[in-house]
Design a protein around this ligand. Structure first.
Ligand SMILES: Cc1cc2nc3c(=O)[nH]c(=O)nc-3n(C[C@H](O)[C@H](O)[C@H](O)COP(=O)(O)OP(=O)(O)OC[C@H]3O[C@@H](n4cnc5c(N)ncnc54)[C@H](O)[C@@H]3O)c2cc1C
Length: 428
């Protein structure tokens, strides 16, 4: 029998309203942030956040960890250091079962009860279209993923540098990225810079003509949501720098020394990185509520689960249909943050007898970095290319990092790697 966790042992009041937030990513941390901001000492609330990591990961910069542009710890912000610890309880544990009917959540640390629930467990990669035939596939979702990709790239360069067989060297130096959306494009451009600006200078025995970076996209265009002009600019940037872009193509099988495209075309490689498609977190997919075909719970305009008022879902695990387009909104960090504000407001509104506020989706920005001095940036009808776009990206993302210490470390990493190059130590 799992033990029941009683939080808030130094309670000031009897029978507080218990708000339970599951997940310490963009959705969860910002719900916590907005709730604690508006919390007065007189309020009888008990706020608990459960997450399997004790840090908040700033995932929009994860591709830079994979390509050695940033130190891993600099994009990981400790939950307990982000907000005043006396205003909430943090439990590092894995969520195992969410029971909406009896208002309990089973975690690896025990069982928790709640009055208000926020689901913010995010998403996982959808690899259902890929058959693993003994091959290894990397994903880019967690900090560990970023560290593993970085180490793997350095390790294939070490192996390739002593490889006399040209075919084998080519195989080691071919990098296949599956998924030509925002993440795939950011990743291939970061890899390109790491490889061609830093690694090839130090691995003198490597023939740079043996290096291939291939971006494989199932759709007829990369980063489909972007404006046509942006897509054309990105395509030119990728192709001019030697990145091969394969449109209307799908990686179907992963073997130890090659992958196949469409089941027949063989590409010899030791590196497949999968950044295509998402599924909701598996714990969410088991919740007894209405969901879509990728396991996200459907929410109404107040972000409450359909049929379950006061139980909210935000971020990647929520299916919110934009009334304007009739389509579910895309999974993005700023969506999670804005939804968090509304969910926090609505929880407090319910407790205080005020009116709830609907969530209104808007996406005025489009921004994609393409290496240290290039990118695209769109704001309504304004479109910027090249260095100005990249500058906006850096300023914008640095401003979004919710802790001065990490912001300073990240700015320092960017500056130092521009001056001295990226670090290529392989730390086990
Ligand atoms: C590499 C990468 C780059 C991206 N770049 C951008 C970008 O440039 N711009 C943009 O807008 N968006 C970007 N995104 C998307 C953005 O990061 C997500 O949309 C956003 O993180 C969603 O927030 P969330 O709170 O729903 O999920 P997450 O931020 O993923 O948080 C989920 C949380 O739940 C925890 N968790 C998961 N399972 C369990 C469990 N069983 N028990 C307990 N805790 C659990 C996780 O540890 C995590 O803390 C990127 C994503 C990735 C992976």
């Amino acid at each position: 029998m799992p033990r029941r966790i009683v939080v808030g042992t130094q309670r000031k009041h009897k029978d507080p309203k218990r708000i339970l937030i599951l997940g310490g990513g963009f959705g969860g941390i910002y719900v916590l942030r907005y709730l604690t901001k508006s919390l007065h000492h007189s309020q009888n609330l008990e706020i608990t956040l459960v997450s399997d990591e004790n840090f908040f990961l700033f995932s929009p910069l994860l591709h830079e960890v994979a390509a050695a542009g940033l130190e891993p710890r600099h994009i990981a912000l400790p939950v307990r250091g982000l907000l005043r610890p006396d205003k909430f309880t943090f439990i590092q544990a894995s969520v195992q079962k969410i029971n909406l009917g009896d208002r309990t959540v089973l975690t690896t640390a025990g069982t928790l009860d709640f009055d208000y629930l926020v689901l913010a467990l995010g998403s996982v990669r959808d690899m259902s279209g890929l058959r693993l035939e003994g091959g290894n596939v990397f994903t880019l979702k967690t900090l560990t993923d970023g560290i593993q990709i970085r180490n793997h790239i350095i390790s294939v360069f070490e192996q390739a540098s002593v490889e006399r067989n040209s075919e084998r060297q080519k195989q080691l130096l071919t990098f296949v990225v599956s998924g030509g959306g925002y993440i795939g494009v950011q990743l291939v451009t970061s890899l390109r810079d790491f490889i061609f600006k830093d690694l090839v200078k130090c691995y003198k025995t490597i023939n740079r003509n043996n290096i291939r970076i291939i971006l494989v996209e199932i759709a007829p265009k990369i980063v489909s949501p972007l404006h046509t002009k942006f897509r054309a600019y990105i395509m030119r940037n990728l192709q001019c720098s030697g990145i091969e872009v394969r449109l209307k193509s799908r990686v179907t099988h992963a073997y130890p020394d090659h992958v196949t495209i469409h089941g027949s075309e063989v590409v010899t490689t030791s590196t497949l990185i999968w950044v295509a498609g998402i599924l909701s977190n598996p714990q969410i997919a088991q919740v007894n509520a209405r969901m879509d075909n990728i396991g996200r719970v459907k929410v109404n305009e107040y972000l409450e689960l359909l049929d379950f008022p006061n139980f909210y879902a935000v971020g990647d695990c929520a299916h919110f249909k934009d009334p304007k387009s009739g389509l579910p909104i895309p999974p993005k960090a700023h969506t999670g943050v804005r939804q968090a504000k509304i969910a926090a407001h609505n929880i407090l509104a319910d407790i205080q007898g005020r009116e709830k506020r609907p969530y209104i989706y808007s996406n005025p920005f489009d921004i994609v970095p393409l290496g240290p001095s290039k990118g695209v940036f769109g704001f309504h009808s304004l479109r910027l290319y090249g260095l100005p776009a990249r500058f906006f990206w850096m300023v914008g993302y640095a401003a979004l990092i919710p802790r001065t210490y990490n912001r300073a470390r990240i700015l320092g990493d960017w500056l130092l790697s521009l001056i001295f190059g990226r670090d290529m130590t392989f730390v086990k």
